[in-house]
Ligand binder design. Structure first.
Ligand SMILES: [Zn+2]
Ligand SMILES: [Zn+2]
Ligand SMILES: [Zn+2]
Ligand SMILES: [Zn+2]
Ligand SMILES: [Zn+2]
Ligand SMILES: [Zn+2]
Length: 403
């Protein structure tokens, strides 16, 4: 009973995570075309041999069910029978436990020229395969095993069904064929999330190979990035990809684009000459109290720096962020911010420094948990504008590199 309750809770959490993932995709698209279609992502499997039975080399798709031994080898059902349920690779029993994830995967992968291959395979099906030699391409058709590739549209199959992260080796499976990543096996105390059977002993090696062999493009490919990665690694790159969309910080402007285009857009549509900064030079500004967001731009259509003020119980939180992708060489700044009370004098000035300004893609109105200057109530300016001085500079390391 307890197992059922916890597994349904996990299922709900999983669904929630998947919904969030989809939502994120939609949001990304909205910036561009005002809430249009979600672009389906897909992966390419270059090594299609992984979809064949390693004993008879027939397509596993045609010979389901797929079985696995305790060492993680797979075989089609007819091979299991032929081999008297002994795995030819490790001599462990095979034929009792199914490898459900591979069954789903071979169904989901769309292989080009599949029909042609099927015909050939049928013609040659008669031959003996005992020795493990490939009989497929004997008949003069050279192309087959080389240039084949398959497309996987349902990339969720490559995610751990428990934590929804991209699967990485080792991948474990229970006797009912459910899978989980190694950290989930530990978290679930080696009990399957879906059937409560033990999990964590038996690896799903075929799946481990598939996960490594699926190539996906950067999620920003639609914006011009041409890099490709094995599944899961693209998310690490995405955070540092210079093609990540950036959003215009001007109120009521829905523009989004690559950072360079955004900077040009901002300069030609919203720029106030007084709010331009030059690196290394202090800029004195009067920040209207009615505005929660205050934007500065480096001269000559350079990066945008956004000052934000949040009303919190403890006072005002002031943040300084650069709108830029976290790519090397873009928007890497340090800053020095000071705020003065109208009475003036040193005692009425507070300062805040950062050796590295945070970079964001979009202005967020969620109040910050760190990296902010706190202006307590008793220090707040009763006038209509806040007197702030900010000095923005390139990161020190940068200058060293450039010499
Ligand atoms: Zn087989
Ligand atoms: Zn085996
Ligand atoms: Zn997991
Ligand atoms: Zn299970
Ligand atoms: Zn990229
Ligand atoms: Zn704009």
């Amino acid at each position: 009973m307890a197992g059922e309750a916890s597994s349904s809770r996990q299922k709900r959490q999983r669904l929630k995570r998947q919904r969030l993932k989809r939502q994120r995709l939609v949001e990304e698209e909205e910036g561009e075309n005002g809430g249009g279609d979600v672009v389906a992502r897909s992966g390419t499997l270059l090594n299609l041999d992984l979809l064949d039975c390693p004993v008879c080399f027939d397509s596993l798709k045609k010979t389901k069910p797929i079985f696995r031994c305790d060492s993680g080898h797979v075989a089609c059902s007819s091979c299991c029978t032929k081999m008297m349920n002994i795995c030819p690779s490790c001599r462990h029993p095979i034929g009792e436990f199914r490898c459900s994830i591979m069954e789903k995967l071979v169904e989901a992968i769309v292989v080009q020229r599949e029909e042609e291959e099927d015909k050939e395979e049928e013609e040659e099906e008669e031959g003996e395969n005992g020795g493990g030699t490939r009989t497929k391409n004997v008949d003069g058709d050279v192309v087959i095993s080389e240039a084949r590739s398959g497309t996987l549209f349902d990339l969720n199959l490559l995610d751990c069904p428990v934590c929804s992260n991209a699967l990485t080796s080792p991948i474990f499976q229970c006797d009912n064929g459910h899978i989980a990543c190694s950290s989930c096996c530990i978290k679930l105390r080696y009990r399957c999330h879906s059937c409560n059977f033990p999990i964590g002993n038996y690896r799903c090696r075929r799946m481990e190979k598939v996960v490594k062999a699926v190539i996906v493009s950067c999620p920003n490919a639609k914006h011009g990035c041409t890099e490709t990665f094995s599944y899961g690694k693209e998310l690490v790159h995405e955070k540092n990809c210079s093609f990540y969309l950036c959003y215009c910080p001007a109120p009521n402007c829905n523009y989004s684009g690559l950072y360079k285009d955004l900077y040009i857009h901002y300069k030609s549509n919203h720029m106030d000459i007084e709010n331009q900064f030059v690196c290394g030079r202090p800029l004195c500004t009067m920040w209207p109290i009615s505005e929660k967001v205050f934007v500065l731009q480096e001269s000559a259509a350079g990066p945008l720096v956004v000052l934000q003020r949040f009303n919190e119980p403890g006072g005002w939180y002031v943040t300084v962020n650069c709108i830029a992708p976290c790519a090397p060489g873009v928007g890497e700044f340090s800053f020095d911010l000071s705020y003065s009370m109208p009475a003036g004098g040193d005692k009425h000035t507070m300062t805040f420094q950062s050796s590295e300004m945070n970079r964001i893609h979009k202005v967020s109105f969620q109040s910050p948990e760190e990296d902010f200057m706190l202006i307590p109530h008793y220090f707040q300016d009763p006038r209509n504008s806040l007197k702030m001085t900010i000095c923005i500079d390139h990161l020190q390391e940068d200058e060293d590199l450039e010499e």
